[in-house]
Design a protein around this ligand. Structure first.
Ligand SMILES: Nc1ncnc2c1ncn2[C@@H]1O[C@H](COP(=O)(O)OP(=O)(O)OP(=O)(O)O)[C@@H](O)[C@H]1O
Ligand SMILES: [Mg+2]
Ligand SMILES: [Zn+2]
Length: 541
C-alpha cells in the first residue's frame, strides 16, 4: 500500500479533533446548533494550522444528512463526497490559480443554481488574497446580495491583502499558531499509533522547527521516519533536519562562559568542516543563551526541547555565568547578528564574535561599573550625607582633605586635648574596650589636631588600614565613638599623612601609587588599574 503522508492521514474530520483552535470550533458548532450561520466566513492565520481543515468540516457539518448538529457523520454521501473532493455542491477553489475576473464571473453564474443534492452550495476559496482587484469587485457583488442557498468560506494567510469591503462582509476568524506542547502531544499520539519509536525530546525538536504549524510538524516527522524507519533516535532528527547538534551548542556555551576562546575556535572549525550552516549555528547559540536566561529566572518547564540532563547542564552553566553576564553576552550576540547575516565571510565574523564573547565576561558589566562609581562617589564625599560636590571636581582637587568640611573657621592653633580634658590616648584606651578593630587601625594613625569641634587625624600609610574609614558606615561609627567619649558634637576629619612614608610591606604586592592624589589612588585601587600616563608627572611605568 502506498505510504500516505501523515498530514493527509491525520487530517481532522470533526471539529473536536482540531487542535488549538477551540475559540473557533466552539463558535462554529454553536452557530450551527442555533441555526445562525453567516453567509460568508473568512479564516485567516499562519500556514498549516487548520484553516482548510476547518473549512471542510464546516462545509460537511452544514450539509450533513445524518449527524448531530455541528458533528458531521462522515458517512453520508454528502460527507464522503466532501472528503473525496467530488462533491458538486461544495467547491474548493484555489485562489492562486483562479484569480482572474473570468473565473469569479463563472463562479457568480453558478451561484444562481440550486444545490444538486444538499442544503447549500458552498464555495471554499483558499488563498483568497491572491484574487485580482477586478475579481474581488465581482465577488463583492455576490457578497452584497448572496442567494440564500449559498455559503462562502475564504481562507488566507495574508488577510491584510484582502480588501476591507470584502472583510466587512464576512464573519472573521483568526487561527492561531499551535503551542509546542500541543504539537508534541499530537506527534506523540501519532507515533504511538503508527508504531514509531521516538523520544519526546526528539519530537520537541521537530515541534520547534515547525514554528506552530501542525502540517509542518507532520511533514518533518514524515521526513525523519522515511530516513530512519520505525526507530527514531534524537541524533537522526538533528541530522535529517539539519539542526545543529545539541552537544556542540552546549560545549560552545560552556566554553564561552568559562572563557576558553581556543575551544570556541575548534568548534567553529568543526562546524565549518561538517558543512553546517554558520548562521544556523549562531541562531542556535543565541537560543541557547536565551534558554540559560530562562532557566535562571523562570521554570525549567519552559524548556521543552531539553532532556533532563541537558536542563541540569544548562542550570549549571547559567549558575556560573549569573544573569548579568548572560545579559551582556546575549546583548552582544544580538548586536552582531546583523553583521553575520550580511557578511560574505560568516566564518570570520563567527570567530571574532566567539572570541569576544569569551572575553566579555572578564570585563565589568555596566551595573558593576555603576555600583563602583556610586561607592566611589560616597567615599569622595566622606559620608553619604556630607555636602556633595560633582565627582569630577572632587577628583580634580588633589587636596589632602578627605572629609569635606562644612563652612566654619579652622581653629588657629594646634591643640591636643578636647575641652573635656581628655586626650587622644585616653580615647584610644576607651576604644580598646569598644571596638578592637577600630582601635587596631587608629593606633597607627597620627593625631594632627584635637579641640572641642574637630579631631583631625592622618591616615597611616599602610594600604589596608589607610582606607578603613573610607567606608561611610565605619566613618560614622568612628565619629559616634568620638562624640560619645568627648561628650561634644565633635567632627572627625581625616587627612593624608604627608610625612615621608616608610617603605611598604604590603602582602598583596600592590603597586605603589602613593605619589598620586588620594582620589586618584582610590580610583586606581578600585578598578585595579594602572596609570599609563600622568600629564603632570610624565609617563609612569
Ligand atoms: N489545528 C490542527 N489540529 C490538528 N491537525 C492540524 C491542525 N492544523 C493543521 N493540521 C494538520 O495539518 C494538515 C494541513 O492543515 P490545513 O490544510 O488545514 O492547514 P491550513 O491552515 O489550511 O494551511 P495553509 O495556509 O498552508 O493552507 C491537516 O491535514 C492536519 O493533518
Ligand atoms: Mg489551507
Ligand atoms: Zn454526514
Amino acid at each position: 500500500m502506498a505510504y500516505e503522508v501523515l498530514a493527509r492521514k491525520w487530517r481532522p474530520q470533526v471539529f473536536e479533533d482540531v487542535i488549538g483552535q477551540e475559540h473557533i470550533t466552539k463558535t462554529l458548532i454553536n452557530a450551527i446548533k442555533s441555526g445562525r450561520l453567516s453567509h460568508a466566513y473568512l479564516f485567516s492565520g499562519p500556514r498549516g494550522v487548520g484553516k482548510t481543515t476547518v473549512a471542510r468540516i464546516l462545509a460537511k457539518a452544514i450539509n450533513c444528512e445524518k449527524g448531530e448538529p455541528g458533528i458531521p457523520c462522515n458517512e453520508c454521501p454528502s460527507c464522503t463526497e466532501i472528503t473525496n473532493g467530488s462533491s458538486v455542491d461544495v467547491q474548493e477553489i484555489d485562489g492562486a490559480s483562479n484569480r482572474g475576473i473570468d473565473e469569479i464571473r463563472e463562479l457568480r453564474e453558478s451561484t444562481k443554481y440550486m444545490p444538486a443534492s444538499s442544503k447549500y452550495r458552498i464555495y471554499i476559496i483558499d488563498e483568497v488574497h491572491m484574487l485580482t482587484k477586478e475579481a474581488f469587485n465581482a465577488l463583492l457583488k455576490t457578497l452584497e446580495e448572496p442567494p440564500a442557498h449559498v455559503k462562502f468560506i475564504f481562507a488566507t494567510t495574508e488577510s491584510h491583502k484582502v480588501p476591507v469591503t470584502i472583510l466587512s462582509r464576512c464573519q472573521r476568524f483568526d487561527f492561531k499558531r499551535i503551542s509546542p506542547a500541543r504539537i508534541i502531544d499530537h506527534l506523540e499520539k501519532m507515533t504511538q499509533r503508527e508504531g514509531v519509536e521516538c523520544s519526546r525530546t526528539g519530537l520537541a525538536l521537530i515541534a520547534k522547527q515547525a514554528e506552530g504549524s501542525m502540517r509542518d510538524a507532520q511533514s518533518l516527522l514524515d521526513q525523519v521516519i522515511s530516513f530512519t524507519g520505525s526507530k527514531v533516535e534524537d541524533g537522526n532528527i538533528t541530522e535529517v533536519l539539519g539542526i545543529i547538534d545539541r552537544d556542540i551548542i552546549f560545549e560552545t556555551s560552556r566554553a564561552i562562559i568559562e572563557g576558553e576562546p581556543k575551544k570556541c575556535l575548534e568548534i567553529v572549525d568543526q562546524i565549518y568542516n561538517y558543512g553546517s550552516d554558520i548562521k544556523e549555528f549562531y541562531r542556535a547559540l543565541m537560543d541557547q543563551f536565551r534558554n540559560l536566561m530562562i532557566i535562571l529566572i523562570a521554570s525549567r518547564e519552559y524548556l521543552l526541547d531539553m532532556t533532563e540532563s541537558e536542563k541540569e547542564e544548562a542550570a549549571r552553566q547559567a549558575g556560573i555565568a549569573g544573569s548579568e553576564k548572560l545579559q551582556v553576552l546575549l546583548n552582544f550576540m544580538i548586536s552582531r547578528e546583523a553583521d553575520l547575516r550580511f557578511t560574505s565571510h560568516p566564518r570570520l565574523i563567527l570567530e571574532t564574535t566567539v572570541i569576544k564573547l569569551c572575553h566579555l565576561g572578564e570585563f565589568l558589566s555596566f551595573d558593576d561599573l555603576l555600583r563602583k562609581i556610586e561607592s566611589l562617589e560616597k567615599r569622595l564625599t566622606g559620608s553619604p550625607d556630607a555636602g556633595r560636590q560633582p565627582m569630577a571636581a572632587q577628583i580634580a582637587e588633589s587636596s589632602a582633605d578627605w572629609v569635606s568640611e562644612k563652612a566654619g573657621k579652622r581653629a588657629s592653633q594646634e591643640e591636643s586635648t578636647a575641652k573635656s580634658g581628655q586626650s587622644w590616648d585616653d580615647f584610644l584606651t576607651f576604644l580598646q574596650s569598644k571596638s578592637k578593630a577600630t582601635y587596631n587601625i587608629l593606633k597607627d594613625w597620627q593625631l594632627i589636631k584635637l579641640n572641642e569641634k574637630i579631631i583631625e587625624i592622618a591616615r597611616s600609610s599602610q594600604s589596608f588600614s589607610s582606607t578603613y574609614f573610607d567606608d561611610p558606615e565605619r566613618y560614622k561609627e568612628l565619629e559616634d565613638y568620638c562624640r560619645d567619649f568627648f561628650k561634644t558634637d565633635i567632627r572627625v576629619k581625616i587627612v593624608n599623612n604627608n610625612q615621608p612614608k616608610p617603605s611598604k610591606s604590603s602582602a598583596s604586592q600592590a603597586k605603589d601609587h602613593s605619589d598620586l592624589p588620594p582620589p586618584v589612588q582610590e580610583i586606581v585601587h578600585m578598578f585595579q588599574g594602572e596609570i599609563a600616563a600622568n600629564k603632570k608627572g610624565g609617563v609612569k611605568k
